[in-house]
Design a protein around this ligand. Structure first.
Ligand code: FES
Length: 122
């Protein structure tokens, strides 16, 4: 049907939902009974992050994800609208690549802020 897209949730048994392409996925999926966490609802807190594994999302209103998170496929469902049919992983089990563990994967010196990276002057 025109104006709708199919969203498949890979880590919920491949359940598929027909959603409006012009509305945020957080709303259209929750209305169909998908249990999704959320907080701010304006793309600023990352609580609603999910991982896009196929398809295209318009999330131009998001302000919280950095380039690394975007490159790993993360989308913020409260501001994400489906451009095509999509496959998502949802919930905290999809958040494995969302945050970087500084103990397992320390920042390189060039990634630190200059005031932190530079040794203290005597
Ligand atoms: S609910 Fe805060 S970013 Fe989506």
């Amino acid at each position: 049907m025109s104006g709708t897209r199919t969203i498949t949730i890979a880590n919920r048994g491949g359940a598929a939902y027909s959603v409006a392409e012009r509305r945020p996925l957080l709303d259209t999926l929750r209305e169909q009974g998908v249990d999704l966490p959320y907080g701010c609802r304006y793309g600023g807190c990352i609580t609603c992050a999910a991982r896009l594994t196929a398809g295209t999302i318009d999330q131009r209103r998001q302000v919280a994800l950095n380039n690394r998170q975007l490159a790993n496929g993360y989308v913020l469902l409260c501001v994400a609208r489906p451009v095509t049919d999509c496959v998502l992983e949802i919930g905290v089990e999809s958040h494995g690549l969302l945050y970087r563990n500084p103990f397992l994967d320390p920042l390189a010196p060039h990634e630190l802020k200059p005031a932190i990276a530079r040794p203290k002057e005597p």
